[in-house]
Design a protein around this ligand. Structure first.
Ligand SMILES: Nc1ncnc2c1ncn2[C@@H]1O[C@H](COP(=O)(O)OP(=O)(O)OP(=O)(O)O)[C@@H](O)[C@H]1O
Ligand SMILES: [Mg+2]
Length: 358
């Protein structure tokens, strides 16, 4: 789904803002340029809100409402294979309301399905140097768009995990064993779907990394299931039962899965530079978006906040060139105008888009 136009009302510092995007070459890219605090990130945040119902800044949901106002409104006109859809999200202090054309009974799940958006913000390095939860979340987002039964299985698995953890806490061995068959069945399905997804994107990721880093590197990406690979989940659970009862929670399973990233035989987290890490994350998001685009048959959206941060001129140029080959419509923010060698197709100065409050 491509964004054709975007309107913000009382969203963060923007009393009223309107943005019209060219759709002839969506992978050409959009640059939102402006000084610190001009409201660039807020525009990306608004697009993200349309897809996820929450902000990527991790603040309280009502923080997006412009000071002194009752609600924030984001409206986008979108295009998908010649068909237009209007998406709207209104956030008030008491809650959130979404509309898809004339439908008002829209859930966050409906938004997520209709409008796939990924973000690379300055905290994207967390995907590399923080715990596995960020990597699992990223992986699951892709699987969600590619495999349509995944969300049900994932939700059932989470419910079961809570019940199983409660049995561990109570030291209830009989109940723990009673949950095991379903835990194994769902756990193996979640695991297999993630594994398929990672295998499907690995080749594209390696190629993208080498193009972005402009060299002959040996990038490696591997899925770790959350239990010893040489054992089945059933065998691993049987072996760890005592440990689980002592710990009071499920110590193994797909909820402990991770993705391991290496560059030239070394852990990316400890060895790669910040700029390299950012390139590895971009490559990962693009490889994943490629699968999502193929599966949905239309273009997803990638938001890139502070495009230049950590990157020199060469990396910026290679990153823009790679983004312009697809598979996503991408919208990025820049403090300084991009140089001619790394220039998105459409550029806006944020100060000129936003109308101050009357
Ligand atoms: N709810 C709100 N109401 C009004 N203004 C707000 C609200 N929330 C944040 N702001 C202000 O909006 C301005 C723009 O913030 P934003 O983070 O979008 O800027 P930015 O252009 O991305 O800046 P930087 O280049 O420093 O990242 C800031 O001055 C911020 O204080
Ligand atoms: Mg910003």
């Amino acid at each position: 789904m491509l964004i054709q136009s975007l309107a913000l009302t009382d969203f963060r510092c923007h009393a009223s803002l309107h943005l019209a995007l060219q759709l002839d070459a969506p992978a050409g890219g959009v640059a939102l340029i402006g000084d610190n605090a001009s409201g660039k990130t807020s525009i990306l945040e608004a697009i993200y809100l349309l897809s996820r119902g929450v902000s990527f800044r991790g603040s309280s949901p009502s923080d997006v409402i412009r000071h002194g106002q009752a609600h924030a409104l984001v409206v986008a006109a979108t295009q998908q294979n010649g068909q237009s859809t209007r998406l709207a999200v209104q956030r008030s202090r008491s809650g959130f309301q979404a509309r898809l054309d004339s439908r008002s009974d829209v859930t966050v799940l409906d938004l997520a399905r209709a409008f796939p958006v990924q973000v690379m913000d300055p905290r994207a390095h967390r995907l590399i140097d923080e715990g596995p939860v960020h990597r699992r979340r990223m992986l699951d987002w892709g699987v969600f768009h590619v495999e349509h039964t995944f969300i049900q299985e994932w939700r059932q698995f989470q419910r079961l995990l809570r019940q199983r953890n409660a049995a561990c806490r109570r030291g209830d061995q009989a109940q723990l064993r009673a949950w095991n068959p379903a835990f194994i069945e769902l756990g193996e399905r979640v695991d297999a779907a993630r594994q398929r997804h990672l295998e499907a994107l690995a080749g594209s990721w390696r190629q993208r990394v080498n193009t972005l880093l402009d060299g002959e590197h040996h990038p490696l990406i591997a899925y770790r299931p959350g239990w010893p690979r040489q054992l089945s989940l059933a065998e691993a659970l049987a072996q760890s039962e005592q440990r689980e009862l002592e710990a009071g929670y499920s110590v193994i399973g797909p909820h402990r899965a991770d993705v391991r990233l290496q560059l030239d035989g070394r852990q990316v987290r400890h060895q790669a530079s910040r700029g390299q890490q950012k390139a590895l994350v971009l490559a990962l998001l693009l490889a994943q978006l490629e699968l999502v685009a193929e599966s949905l048959g239309h273009s997803p959206i990638l938001l890139i906040d502070d495009f230049s941060a950590e990157w020199g001129a060469g990396m910026r140029e290679r990153a823009v060139a790679q983004l312009q080959q697809g598979p996503a419509q991408w919208i990025s923010t820049w403090l300084d105008a991009p140089e001619s060698s790394a220039r998105p197709a459409q550029m806006f100065h944020v100060e000129h888009l936003s109308h101050p409050a009357p």
